[in-house]
Ligand binder design. Sequence first.
Ligand SMILES: Cc1cc2nc3c(=O)[nH]c(=O)nc-3n(C[C@H](O)[C@H](O)[C@H](O)COP(=O)(O)OP(=O)(O)OC[C@H]3O[C@@H](n4cnc5c(N)ncnc54)[C@H](O)[C@@H]3O)c2cc1C
Length: 348
Amino acid sequence: MTEMFDVTIIGGGPAGLYSAFYSGLRGMKTKLIESQRKLGGKVLLYPEKMIWDVGGQPPVPGHTFVKQLVDQALTFEPTVCLDTKVEYVEKTADKHFLITTNHGEIHETKSIILAVGGGIIHPKRLDCPGAEKFEGETLHYTVPSLKLFYQKTVVVSGGGNGAIDWAVELLDIAKHVIVVYRQGDFPAHEAQVELLRKRNATILLNSTIETLIPHNHRNKIKQVVVKNVVSEETNAIDTDHLIVSHGFDREDSLQFASSIQLRKKDEYFYEASPTCSTSEPGIFAAGDIINYDGKVYLLVGAFQDAINAVNSAKQYIDPLAEKIAMVSSHNEKFREKNKQLLETELKL
Ligand SMILES: Cc1cc2nc3c(=O)[nH]c(=O)nc-3n(C[C@H](O)[C@H](O)[C@H](O)COP(=O)(O)OP(=O)(O)OC[C@H]3O[C@@H](n4cnc5c(N)ncnc54)[C@H](O)[C@@H]3O)c2cc1C
């Protein structure tokens, strides 16, 4: 038999990471399984974007935020399995769960927190012949470092929040920002679109990228050929970099045994209560994968869900456990750390 855990968290994004911290705080033996090689979930897609909207947290770039989240998640030393995709979940006669991964391993657990976000996601590739040879060099699906674009001409393809946020961020860094979008207007936040229009960005609506023209013998883009879908005119634009933000393809390979009755709101979201219980006793959920009235699809929403999911899981495995949300001062682990921090503070 494999080692039994109190809770196994599937997904190592913000919801899963904070669940791992909080379940440690509640004294639960915790395992976290993540399909990617790195923890951080979707925040890994925006390492250089500044995050402003987490209460009490000064603005930090995504990569710093991920580091802080991971450090916090490891506080109570959960077992972490990286590069491991959960494929199948079944329930045993004694109401425990068996989780099968792509490596064929079986993990045993008393409860589960689903924190799989939008599933395993991959940025949608540019539909343009030969585009893959420019990837990583001058064609980007995430922005690894803003420095790369300093004083460069950058074309951003896409019109949603991801594309427009990048374009706005680049206004102070790049020499020139050109946004190409296939529809007649942007669906992104109005205030951001307004900023783009007020500053010197070039906006090409009803337009798509048809071809990428390389520098001689090099895997660098020299020009993008843009076609206006209304007039059918084409135009070659000199560029140093191309950022493509066309959304994500989603891989949802997680299957449940037919005896597990997990209700979905639609093909995407699992139905959950505000205390993050799903329709299947013993399975709880947190973050972008669930839907209930008032659900907030932001980092803070994922954190609140994580607390509720952990508290519900704790109640499931120990009905006599405290119902109220615990605060960090209720844990021994912090006593020594608090002492050290206080001593440092008093010396100042
Ligand atoms: C471009 C962009 C910018 C954003 N900016 C902000 C912002 O400024 N402020 C803000 O509050 N929010 C922002 N968000 C939203 C925020 O990132 C999400 O709400 C948050 O990441 C949701 O966390 P999650 O843990 O639910 O899901 P995710 O972050 O999607 O993490 C889910 C994890 O589960 C893993 N997984 C999935 N299926 C399996 C499986 N079968 N087995 C194992 N692992 C699996 C995935 O690999 C992934 O790591 C932004 C989102 C995007 C896309």
